[in-house]
Write a protein that binds this ligand. Sequence first.
Ligand SMILES: [Zn+2]
Length: 100
Amino acid sequence: MMDTTNWKVTEAPTCPHCKTVMEQMDSRHMDWESPYLWVCFNNECTLFKKGWNHMMESVGQLVSYRFMIHPQSGEKGVIPAFSHDYLAKHGKPGDPYPEE
Ligand SMILES: [Zn+2]
């Protein structure tokens, strides 16, 4: 078990943009110094949807970002979301390149 005594957010928070209960995303292989991040996975999230349009217009690419909260610091931010599939595949523990 992890010692989460000093963590700010250890219970699933609610996304301020869409009121969806956020879920843990494995981030052990990412640069966040935390085994997971709280991420809003709602594809209807206003922040997520706004992101698609914004990124389409500014860089012409289908990427967006999702709202996230760092469990240890309680810091709020966004993470890039290339697609829901990307996060589903690469945000899971273990093999980053699962079988097709
Ligand atoms: Zn949301």
